[in-house]
Each structure stands twice: as C-alpha cells, then as structure tokens.
Design a protein around this ligand. Structure first.
Ligand code: ADP
Ligand code: F6P
Length: 319
C-alpha cells in the first residue's frame, strides 16, 4: 500500500477536518502518499483529486465542516458511476480509499469494495445512527450546540409562559433529540423509535401547570413529524401559546469539541492502519470504549437503536 485517498461524503459534521488531518498525517508518517478527493463521490467520479502534504491539513483541527467539501450523488448509486470511480482511482495509482461519512456513504464504499477496490469507513454524521459503532464524529459537537440553544429558548419560554417545540435533526433517528432533551431537562422528548400519544404530552404540560410551571420545552426529532404538525395537534387541545423553533443547519456547524477532535484523530489513524494491514470493506468503530472495525455488510445488518434506559430516565426526571 503506497498511495491512499480520503473523501468526505453525505451530511458534513464537525470533526471531519480532524479526521482528514489524522488520515493525511498518519499516512505520511507511515511512508504513504495521501490524496484528497474533493466533493465526495461526485468529485471522485470527476477525478477531482490532489496530493496532500503535511501542510495541507495545517490549522484545520478546530474548523467545522470539511476542507474536502462533501456532496450527495445519485449517479454514484449506479454501477457505471462506481466503475468510473475505480477507474479514476486506479489511473492515479491509488490502492485504498478512506470514506468519512454516514451509513449512506458506507453503502457506496461497500459497493467499491465489492468491485475489488479496498475501502475503509470512518463514521462521521451528527445523527450518530450508524450501526457498527457507538459513536460517530460530530455528534458531541451537535448535541452541545442544540443543548445550548434549548437553554436559551427556555429563558424566553419561562418569561412568556409558552410551550416551545424545538425540532432537531437526526434524519430517521432520535439520538440528538434524546441526548439534548435529557441534558436540557425538556418536559417531553418525541423520537421515531418510540410511538407517542399527544395525550401524554398534554398530561405532562398540565401536570407542570398544576405546580405552577407555566412553560414547557418539547424536543421533537425531525423523523417523527415537523414542529408545525405537532403544534397543530397541541393547539387543538390546549389554549396555551406555543412557538416552534427549527434548529436546522445550525446543528451541523461549529468548531468541534475536544471529544470530537479526539475521536476523529483516533479513527483517522486507525483507518490508515487498517489499510496498511490489508483490511478492506470495513468501518472503524468505537465499542465499549475501544476502537474496533466491522464489515460494512455486518454493520448494515444491525439496526441502530437508542438507549431505552436513557429514554425512560428522561421521562422520570421530567415528570
Ligand atoms: P450519509 O452518508 O450522511 O448517510 P447519504 O445517505 O446522503 O449521506 O449518502 C451520501 C452519498 O453516498 C449519496 O449521495 C450517494 O452518493 C452514496 N450512496 C448512498 N447510498 C448508496 C448506495 N446504496 N449505493 C451507492 N452509493 C450510495
Ligand atoms: O445526515 C445528517 C443530516 O443533518 C440529517 O440529520 C438531516 O436530515 C440531513 O442531513 C439534512 O440534509 P441536507 O443538509 O442535505 O438538507
């Protein structure tokens, strides 16, 4: 293994730059040439590749986003697109590819491996919904961004005695909603993994009112419904004023926390070691506080689930 490449794909996440930095620095430290692919799989098919040096990744560990840019590509979902990508990599003499992204990006990486090209995945998505790992780069930064936002919203909800519905990202998963709801003391947390009844939300609001708490925070995962839809259901039953806040892309930005920088650095170096050791078609993971690796196929078979003990804890603490 003399030449490897790295790309970022799918939704960007704080810490991706720290991972890119680790791949480049650890790769060069081990005598490899490291190439960067811009714009994810789109750039890969277009041959948007350049050799990276130690200085290419200087002063980026603290920056959110990805210096390699990211993209989503329907063309890459075709066999023609995947074959084109391999042709481009082989034309430059690249022998292994590190893909930093979410489960969608890993499906693409798996297709390249099945076509004979070695790929290694690094879990990078704020959703933290990837099976095969307990942690995905960007999650800690995102939940701190959301928690700080909820704390601010609670101030005005208290002042105006309002119900505030905060819609958070996570695609089809409720990890962001659960962690931020529990850590901000939200009165209700609504996630795709657990069916909810509007009556339960109303009961919790009314129980709070009976003890003089006239405001309420509801954290809603986007995979359940929109904040407006939930607000409509509540308005049909309740006369209290309510507001909806959609945090949106705020959750994807910001300087990565120390934890994200640490995890990204560990996983980036691990991905290089795995390529050097001849591994392919596997994703780096964090399990039981240890770095591990799991085949894309095995990871795809597992269904990601949230911690029901945390969900129940959140319900009991916000009674
Ligand atoms: P994430 O990696 O954050 O889950 P996406 O689901 O959007 O983001 O996937 C990112 C990109 O990965 C897609 O735009 C596409 O190019 C590629 N991809 C996703 N699913 C597949 C698939 N089944 N086969 C090939 N490529 C895929
Ligand atoms: O996968 C990360 C994520 O932020 C999801 O939580 C969200 O649903 C999606 O990306 C938004 O994608 P886009 O930035 O392309 O609108």
């Amino acid at each position: 293994m003399k030449k490897i490449a790295v790309l970022t794909s799918g939704g960007d996440a704080p810490g991706m730059n720290a991972a890119i930095r680790a791949v480049v620095r650890h790769g060069i430290y081990n005598g490899l040439e490291v190439y960067g692919v811009r714009h994810g799989y789109t750039g890969l098919m277009d041959g948007d590749i350049y050799q990276m040096e130690l200085g290419s990744v200087g002063d980026i560990i603290h920056r959110g986003g990805t210096i390699l840019r990211s993209a989503r590509s329907e063309t890459f979902k075709t066999i023609e697109g995947q074959k084109k990508a391999i042709e481009v990599l082989q034309a430059v003499g690249i022998e292994g590819l590190v893909v930093i992204g979410g489960d969608g990006s890993f499906q693409g990486a798996s297709k390249l491996t099945n076509l004979g090209f070695p790929t290694i995945g690094i879990p990078g998505t704020i959703d933290n919904d990837i099976s095969g790992t307990d942690y995905s780069i960007g999650f800690d930064t995102a939940i701190n961004t959301v928690m700080e936002s909820i704390d601010k919203i609670r101030d005005t909800a208290y002042s105006h005695e309002r119900i505030c519905i905060i819609e958070v990202m996570g695609r089809h998963a409720g990890e962001i909603a659960l962690w931020t709801g529990l850590s901000s003391g939200a009165e209700s947390i609504i996630i795709p993994e657990v069916s909810y009844k509007i009556e339960d939300v109303l009961t919790r609001i009314k129980r709070g009112q009976e003890r003089g708490k006239m405001h309420s925070i509801i954290v809603l995962a986007e995979g359940v419904c929109s904040g407006e839809e939930l607000q409509k259901s509540l308005n049909e039953e309740l006369q209290l004023e309510s507001r909806v806040v959609v945090l949106g892309l705020l959750q994807r930005g910001g300087s990565p926390t120390a934890y994200d920088r640490m995890m990204a650095s560990r996983m980036g170096a691990k991905a290089v070691d795995l390529l050097i050791d001849g591994k392919k078609g596997v994703m780096v993971g964090w399990k039981n506080c240890q770095l591990t690796y799991t085949s894309f196929e095995k990871a795809a078979e597992e269904k990601h689930s949230v911690s029901m003990s945390d969900y129940n804890l959140a319900r009991s603490l916000s009674i």
